[in-house]
Design a protein around this ligand. Structure first.
Ligand code: NHO
Length: 364
């Protein structure tokens, strides 16, 4: 392979993965002086690759994958396969797999760079977080995960820029879940009028590709807790895990142990009255309820849950699946740096992954 070739390996071809593939095809066709070659792609069931690392055509990759009879390589084998190519390689992890996240150190140590929207590596144990960054140094690899918070919005790059230029983050707060934003904006609109049944809005959010593969990961607050864990760590707090601070779950107790996400969605309508009550209680005070998260750096407090807001508050007035994230810092004083926009969905999330890939490519 020529020095200007970069191999790409992709795991995951679901909602985000498919959008990423079409962005990659667009990018590869326009990339000058650097040839992007897809040498491996896998889902949980199938894979496409060859011992000679022959290029997998990007315009037909989805159908090639679905008609493939190859099984995915076990992770240690995949590390060896990618490292043995002798060509610079970027792994794109478009899954939500903890196993793959746990294997990041072994990829990075072998010099394989990683871009990903998967939150699990950066919001798992603090030990994994430390291992990942040590392995990255050791292997001289690159690592970006912009889409792990706020989809394509520049959230991770912003907090890194703030910290690495010597600013001090004092507080971060906002709406960090595209799903929760969508749910409350449509279930409890500021206009007071309308608003569908809670369970119907949840089903719609799943259909629109906003939710995690299992929507319970959004409704139990864990998805927001993961994002706050990541941001808190960049802000300098040694948060042990996304379950080491208070997180309010919106999953009815009775449905906590239901086996599948689909069964959960089927039974959720039985509990619509509970959410109607939450909505009515806020309405009585002339407010709306929203699902928010905050990090107070000085007191080391992180929390996630429901809060009531005046109708004129920027958090109450969000639209669609928008996130809003306010960074309070020494430099910015009492007027925070605010980032707002779509916080979920295949295309905008994939854009975060593709722009990370561009950052890696520029340095290879
Ligand atoms: P899918 O559609 O379930 O696809 C997962 C793919 O991974 C499938 O092809 C599956 O076969 C493959 N896979 C799973 N485990 C595997 C394994 N062990 N080995 C090989 N393949 C495996 O999931 P999505 O929706 O495409 O999500 C992919 C990743 O993007 C997840 O890590 C998710 O957390 C992340 N992500 C998604 C979104 C989004 O909007 N869909 C966002 C960010 C990151 O900003 C977004 C967000 O935070 C959404 C959040 N729910 C919110 O705020 O409401």
């Amino acid at each position: 392979a020529s020095a200007r070739q970069v191999n790409i390996a992709i795991i995951g071809a679901g909602g985000v993965g498919k959008c990423f593939l079409s962005q990659l095809e667009w990018l590869a066709a326009r990339r000058q002086n650097q040839k992007l070659v897809l040498t491996y792609i896998a889902t949980s069931k199938k894979a496409v690759y060859s011992d000679s690392y022959s290029p997998i055509a990007l315009d037909s990759v989805v159908s090639t994958l679905s008609s493939s009879s190859q099984a995915p390589l076990a992770l240690p084998k995949l590390v060896d396969y990618l490292a043995a190519s002798g060509t610079k390689t970027v792994l794109v992890d478009n899954t939500s797999s903890q196993d793959i996240a746990d294997a990041y150190p072994s990829f990075l140590r072998r010099g394989i760079s990683i871009v990903t929207p998967n939150k699990k590596a950066f919001s798992g144990s603090y030990k994994l977080w430390q291992d990942i960054f040590a392995a990255k140094e050791e292997g001289g690899a690159l690592l970006y995960h912009e889409a792990s918070c706020g989809a394509g919005l520049p959230v991770i790059s912003t907090i890194k820029d703030l910290v690495e230029t010597g600013d001090e983050v004092t507080k971060i707060e906002g709406v960090f879940s595209g799903t929760m934003s969508f749910l409350f904006n449509s279930f409890a609109p500021t206009s007071g009028a309308g608003g569908g049944k809670w369970s119907a809005e949840v089903a719609k959010a799943k259909e629109l590709g906003y939710t995690e593969p299992d929507p319970r990961d959004d409704l139990n607050g864990l998805d927001v807790a993961r994002k706050l864990t990541i941001l808190a760590r960049y802000a300098g707090l040694e948060v042990e895990s996304p379950t080491s601070f208070p997180v309010q779950s919106l999953i009815p107790k009775e449905l906590e142990s239901v086996a599948s996400g689909d069964e959960f969605l089927t039974r959720l309508p039985e509990f619509d009255a509970q959410m109607e009550e939450v909505k009515a209680e806020a309405q009585k005070e002339g407010k709306v309820v929203r699902f928010v998260g905050s990090i107070d750096v000085a007191s080391k407090q992180v929390k996630v849950g429901l809060e009531k807001f005046d109708l004129s508050h920027p958090i109450a007035a969000l639209k669609g699946s928008d996130n809003i994230i306010s960074f309070y810092t020494k430099r910015y004083g009492s007027n925070p740096l605010i980032i707002q926009g779509a916080g979920a969905g295949g295309d905008v999330t994939a854009m975060g992954v593709t722009s990370d890939l561009l950052k890696v490519l520029a340095q290879l």
